[in-house]
Design a protein around this ligand. Sequence first.
Ligand code: AR6
Length: 184
Amino acid sequence: MNRITRNGRILECIQGDIARQTDIDAVVNAANAQLQSGGGVAGALHRAAGPGLAEECAPMAPIRPGQAVISGGHGLPNPHVIHCLGPVYGRDEPSDRLLEDCYRNAVRLAESERLRSVAFPALSTGVFGYPMEDAAQVAFRTLLREMPKLEHVELLRFVLFSQTDLEVHERALESLSKEESDHE
Ligand code: AR6
């Protein structure tokens, strides 16, 4: 299952590159505390955005694990970037709560800015070492809880780098949707 609808809002997952989401208002960055360029998602977004992104972000740094801040998109195809600092698995505890905070804060920030669409990478699952399946459960549970409250945000898109990561997310979405229908 790669798509679920709640309250007229869509949560979907696709395989792709977070730096190439041309139809999306805000892309989420798997940031570092200093909001500077790095590896993985942060590298891809900062490269595509150009140096103006790091310049704009510098006064907002450092951020804490779980926090989300917003900037312009600069050279990216998106008007905004929402920067989240995910937990380092095994170091920033409780990591599930901190990862949950990232997704909740990001979507609430998008909602408060009246954005219509947000694309997320799988936060913390690269350099920060969070196991992909557990991270997918935390992410989707959090977003499914937020979806009924949304008025402006209509589309939440998960952009997974590999086919395997996409399949993990599709299975997580399927099991959560089954869990919900079992409770009805
Ligand atoms: N598009 C979509 N997903 C991607 C892309 C991309 N272009 N590139 C990587 N991924 P990571 P983290 C996947 O390491 O674990 C940085 O250096 C990747 O396969 O970007 O939160 C920062 O500066 C993985 O599944 O983020 C921080 O210091 C997921 O995105 C630190 O790494 C997240 O990988 C943040 O680590």
